[in-house]
Ligand binder design. Structure first.
Ligand code: EPZ
Length: 428
């Protein structure tokens, strides 16, 4: 199996450029279904999840030309199926992002019901409730969701019970061709939502209010293919900036908008780091002890849950105690138990993690519980005493392009290695 080995105590400083945002690129790819022809997406991250979404699109008849690893030409002229099979949804639940586009194009869709994942049940009840309000009828049978809008989709007002990113995106895409106007209230406001709305409007849609809690979509009759650059990945950027706050030496990140990390950067400053913001870059370093601060994860512009593990890694070394409250996912503290193997002192009480700062980590063998937890374990290894070996790194490959290479370019002593799977010890 593949592992990442990192030796702590080495200077880690310099500049990295982040890729396009995973959590935008996947939905932009799905949106091409609604614009028959060749859409070119640039600044696409070369990550496993993008490859899976490519398979999802090819499975329904799209053709994809890889101009280079960061530029895709997606031809959806001959898309002639509306079914997304279980094996693809099981690989990546974000495959459900084709639900809205397929309903828009065909008036029907068959998508495997996504299973849960390591961080939670990941239901899609809000997607279904919202789409039903637009006239979609659902049947769930043998693990598949059968969606159809026999009379076409009709605009209406949908109020989300939680500002769900995925539900906002599916509703936005499903309402593009709906009769009349759709209002999505309590909509998610993430920068990736704005990027998707920008793409749709470039294609000829009429989406207003993206980035605010109320999004209005006025139905149009067709969309046309375009060329669009994926927005910079604020979470990849936040991960590398957290390294600057962790080791203390300056890390400069380019290729994203610091305004997309507003609260995260403010929290880094509260923790004793220095933050230098530019228009499309940011630098973080620290020349005083790490200080504790409480964190509550919330939908944007609240503190992003995708930065929770990376920030916990910092707080685990702060001079004092603090509380991290995870309000978005029900099971996103598994990273804490792995970090405790490296010497962290963290007590989990339901949605709260009480973090007592310790003086340092010790290198250990740890398993990546999910995408962001895996990245945070590698981060911890950068400052741990000795060598840390992180396994289950396929999680990291889903969302970080060249994670090892980028850290090595900053001076980290880090390598990807293949080790024999743990020997199966014979039972007695
Ligand atoms: C997106 O997931 C991101 N994934 C997640 O990033 C991110 O953590 C999340 O938004 C929140 O920002 C992609 O964009 C591919 P939600 P999504 O719908 O759309 C519950 C990463 O590490 N919920 O906002 O699934 C849900 O279970 C990943 O890059 C329902 O109960 O997030 C979760 O607890 C992890 N019913 C909460 O709401 C629904 O119908 C937020 O989910 C929909 C969601």
């Amino acid at each position: 199996m593949d592992v990442i080995r990192v030796e702590g105590g080495h200077s880690v400083t310099g500049t990295v450029r982040v890729e396009g945002a995973k959590n935008s690129a996947l939905k932009l790819m799905a949106a091409t279904i609604m614009a028959p022809g060749v859409t070119t997406l640039t600044n696409v991250p070369n990550i496993a999840d993008v490859h899976v979404m490519g398979k999802v699109l090819k499975n329904i008849g799209a053709r994809i030309e890889v101009v280079n690893v960061h530029e895709l030409k997606i031809d959806t002229s001959d898309v002639d199926s509306w079914e997304t099979p279980y094996h693809l949804v099981a690989q990546m639940r974000a495959s459900t992002a084709v639900l809205g586009p397929l309903l828009s194009r065909f008036g029907r869709a068959v998508v495997a019901m996504p299973g849960g994942c390591n961080i939670g049940a990941r239901k899609i009840d809000m997607h279904i409730l919202g789409l039903e309000a637009l006239g979609v009828e659902f049947k769930v049978d043998h693990g598949n969701i059968y969606a159809s809008a026999p009379n076409g989709l009709v605009g209406d007002t949908v109020t989300l019970s939680f500002a769900s990113v995925g539900a906002t995106e599916n509703l936005m895409m499903a309402s593009v061709f709906a009769k009349g106007t759709t209002t999505i209230d309590n909509a998610a406001r993430e920068p990736e939502i704005v990027d998707l709305a920008n793409l749709l409007n470039e294609m000829g849609a009429k989406v207003r209010g993206a980035g605010s809690p109320v999004i209005e979509v006025e139905g149009v009759s067709e969309l046309h293919p375009v060329t669009h650059e994926v927005v910079g990945d604020r979470i990849e950027a936040g991960t590398f900036l957290a390294v600057g706050a962790l080791t203390g030496e300056p890390v400069r990140v380019t290729g994203f908008a610091p305004s997309h990390l507003g609260l995260v950067l403010k929290k880094f400053e509260q923790m004793g780091a220095t933050v230098e913001r530019g228009a499309r870059e940011c630098s973080v370093w620290r020349d005083r002890p790490l200080l504790p601060t409480d964190i509550q994860t919330l939908p944007f512009p609240g503190f992003p849950t995708d930065m929770q593990a990376q920030t916990m890694c910092l707080l685990a070394l702060a001079k004092g105690s603090c509380i991290i409250t995870e309000n978005v996912f029900e099971n996103r503290f598994m990273f804490a138990s792995e970090l405790s193997r490296m010497g962290a002192d963290i007590v989990i009480e339901g949605h709260h993690a009480i973090v007592h700062g310790v003086d340092g980590f010790s290198g250990a063998q740890v398993r990546s519980p999910d995408l962001r937890g895996g990245a945070a374990l590698v981060m911890a290894g950068l400052v741990a005493d000795g060598v840390t070996t992180v396994s289950d790194i396929h999680h990291i490959d889903r969302g970080y392009e060249g994670f090892v290479e980028k850290l090595a370019s900053l001076g980290a002593k880090i390598e990807r290695a293949t080790v024999p799977d743990e020997e199966d010890v014979e039972g007695f």
